[in-house]
Write a protein that binds this ligand. Structure first.
Ligand code: FAD
Length: 290
């Protein structure tokens, strides 16, 4: 099923993210994660491409397994350093695997790269243009706190608008921990004529140590309320799990209450986190039998 059709239903939608196994590691543990996550009946499940150490070559296989579990799959695909033939081969593999949705990404610039090795696909918009004729439903990334390489938010939105005009059906945000930042961003996007659905990316933080580093790199603002949780419980895994799930749940309830229906949870292959969040949301997503 195409994600644009799911979003058009206008109901509260919660989706999850998984990453495929690293090169040469077995598929079975990730498949178990996907099976457990699918029991939570997410609207769709996305499968990363080369992020968090997952092997790019395994994305299509895991996305195909997501579909077999009865959940629509969103396969991530990055284009930096890719060739025209490579992208055509990826598109053919995904279509063969029954995947109808692709998240079009540039990927991070390899450290030390100069402009020339980036080749044909310099920005995600080039990938959108290449994939559009293939009939997939296409998504892209967006950044409520501005992409770290872009100096001005207004320019970043101009680039996003270009990507959307090239054929995106929806966009998913980078994680954020302050919903007001998201609401201000959404309003700016609408003012600038970006009208596609914007899926809010929510990261339940269960590892206090990692999050300070990730936020420094991505420029994500940590509200003091959140910082206090990490400072106090960052070294206490089970307390951090409770607090991280509670914080993410509160963010999602606030988003739903303010009319934002689509939320993507960065579940990071942790089904227990997804299960706890979905239990907390059972009344809000019309699933009281959980
Ligand atoms: P782009 O849209 O190309 O933007 C990158 C930068 O270039 C921005 O600063 C933008 O303002 C600028 N720009 C865009 N177009 C132009 C133009 N025409 N002229 C000048 N500047 C321009 N990475 C992975 O490796 N694998 C994943 O699976 C993955 N999944 C992700 C999922 C989400 C929801 C998000 C938010 C990010 C994900 N990433 C992933 C990270 C992503 O690859 C990086 O953030 C990357 O640095 C930018 O990718 P992009 O698609 O946003 O790039």
């Amino acid at each position: 099923m195409k994600i644009r059709d799911i979003l058009a239903e206008g109901r509260p939608s919660v989706s999850f993210e998984v990453f495929p196994p690293r090169k040469d590691l077995p598929f079975a543990p990730v498949k178990e994660v996907v099976e457990r996550l699918s029991r939570q009946r997410p609207s769709f499940m996305s499968v990363t491409y080369g992020a968090a150490g997952g092997a790019q070559a395994n994305t299509a296989a895991i996305a195909s397994f997501v579909e077999k579990c009865g959940v629509p799959a969103l396969a991530h695909l990055t284009c930096i350093s890719a060739t025209e033939e490579g992208i055509a081969a990826e598109a053919a593999a995904l279509a063969k695997a029954g995947v109808e949705n692709i998240l079009c990404l540039r990927g991070d610039v390899p450290s030390g790269a100069t402009e020339s090795p980036l080749g044909r696909f310099r920005h995600a918009v080039d990938l959108v243009r290449a994939l559009k004729p293939h009939g997939f439903c296409l998504g892209g990334a967006c950044y409520p706190e501005c992409h770290p390489e872009c100096e001005h938010m207004e320019d970043d939105i101009t680039h996003l608008r270009e990507k959307v005009d090239a054929g995106l059906d929806f966009v998913t945000t980078q994680m954020f921990f302050d919903n007001n930042i998201f609401y201000r961003y959404l309003s700016k996007l609408r003012d600038r004529g970006v009208t596609v659905p914007v899926i809010a990316g929510i990261m339940p933080v269960t590892n206090g140590r990692q999050i300070n580093r990730i936020c420094r790199l991505s420029g994500t603002y940590l509200p003091s309320r959140f910082k206090a949780i990490v400072d106090r419980y960052g070294d206490m895994p089970s307390a951090m799990l409770d607090a991280g799930v509670a914080y993410a749940t509160e963010q999602i309830i606030d988003l739903f209450a303010n009319g934002v229906n689509a939320v993507h949870v960065y579940t990071m292959n942790k089904p227990e986190v997804a299960e706890r969040i979905m239990f907390n949301l059972r009344g809000l997503v019309g699933d009281d039998d959980r």
